[in-house]
Design a protein around this ligand. Structure first.
Ligand code: AOF
Ligand code: ZN
Length: 370
């Protein structure tokens, strides 16, 4: 590991402090080094707050003169909610800037680097670039496509079932896997389910502490895809801290004025109508709304028809599937609703990783559509 890589590794670790709370902004970490000593460090913690470089330079103070700053993302060159970091870097007297990945925000893309170079600073780009791109996969995806990065998560038996025929599903996987799912929820600004899951399980869709309380913890936005607006006014999730967004169709919204008003009266609930697509919510439209609202990623937790529809529309990018070493002789399948004919239709995963979690196994991978 070179010294540049060592300090960039620190900057990436610092960036992770902002996990799940910077959306729509990226995760960014900065480390200021003078004569081989770290004199400042900072992370971007929330949109609207100071950028990572600003925190790190403030900490470094006078020591920033003649220093090298390591930043996981190209310093911004635009006036957003905060002034440009390129100016802060120049003002502080930094001599060298090491950047891991270029910003994809068109207001800055390559312009931050160019500005620093033109000002005479020594700029190195691409140190630990792969890791930095991975760190902000969801932010880059949202900026590039106008859609959120979608991670499909499920838990099933080795026979491919998520519940018994009766719908009984507690629990498919062991305690350790369930705890990991809580941690996974914490990594995403939004969690989504279909209405059938909302009706069958009445889930809370929250991040909870060991005692089961969701209070005092930043909650992901809860998203329910509910074409016919069937979500009961008494649904548990509506009592939990945090916001719920219900996507429905324009037709259902027009036919159910009273239900709309009742749901909206439950607190932090937003009802958003999309065009109808085969009688259902237009998923792409709904997800572009999610991106526009500033949520970089969505954890899609099922059920089987919603998930299959999202895959069919090529809206899912990553999977995290927990498999228990059990067999159900019959039960609810993990994916359903879209007939297939040929193995050619199989959706392959790449960059697959398999890890044992308690007695269960976790498969993660990126989606490769045929
Ligand atoms: C940096 N350092 O720590 C972050 C950057 O609205 P603003 O002012 O927060 O600007 C948001 C944009 O700034 C965001 O889209 C991305 O391009 C960049 N984020 N840049 O130099 C940081 N968070
Ligand atoms: Zn900035």
């Amino acid at each position: 590991m070179t010294p540049d890589e060592m300090f960039m590794r620190m900057a990436i670790d610092v960036a992770k402090i902002g996990q799940a709370q910077t959306s729509p902004n990226p995760l960014v970490g900065a480390v200021v080094v003078r004569d081989g000593i770290v004199v400042g460090q900072g992370a971007h913690l929330r949109a609207g707050g100071p950028h990572a470089e600003v925190h790190a330079l403030r900490m470094a103070g006078e020591a920033a003169q003649g220093s090298t700053i390591y930043v996981t993302l190209e310093p911004c060159n635009h006036h957003g909610r905060t002034p440009p970091c390129t100016e802060a870097i120049l003002r502080a007297g930094v001599r060298r800037v090491v950047v891991a990945s270029v910003d994809h925000d068109p207001r800055t893309k390559n312009l931050g680097i160019a500005h620093l170079q033109e000002a005479g600073l020594d700029v190195t780009v691409g140190v630990l670039a792969k890791e930095a791109r991975r760190l902000n996969r969801s932010f880059f995806h949202r900026v590039d496509t106008g859609l959120p990065w979608v991670v499909y998560k499920s838990a099933m038996t080795l026979s491919g079932h998520t519940a018994a025929d009766s719908g009984h599903s507690q629990y498919v996987t062991g305690e350790q896997a369930r705890r990991q799912v809580q941690a996974l929820r914490r990594c995403h600004p939004a969690i989504a389910v279909g209405i059938d899951t909302a009706l069958a399980d009445d889930p809370r869709l929250t991040v909870r502490d060991e005692a089961g309380s969701a209070h005092g913890i930043l909650q992901p936005v809860r998203i329910v895809f509910d074409s016919q607006l069937r979500l009961p006014v008494g649904a548990q999730m509506l009592r939990e801290p945090g916001k719920t967004v219900v996507f429905t169709t324009e037709q259902a919204q027009d036919n159910a004025g009273q239900k709309v008003a009742q749901l909206a009266a439950q607190g932090d609930v937003e009802i958003v109508a999309t065009d109808q697509q085969d009688g259902h919510v237009n998923l792409r439209q709904a997800l572009s709304h999610v991106a526009a609202a500033g949520w970089n990623s969505v954890l899609l937790e099922g059920g089987p028809t919603l998930a299959a529809a999202c895959f069919r529309e090529r809206l899912v990018h990553e999977v995290a599937i927990y498999v228990a070493p059990t067999l159900l002789l019959s039960g609810k399948p993990v994916l359903s609703g879209h007939a297939t004919k040929h193995m050619r239709e199989a959706i392959a995963l790449h960059s697959v990783e398999v890890e044992q979690v308690g007695d269960d196994w976790r498969f993660t991978g990126l989606v490769d559509y045929p």
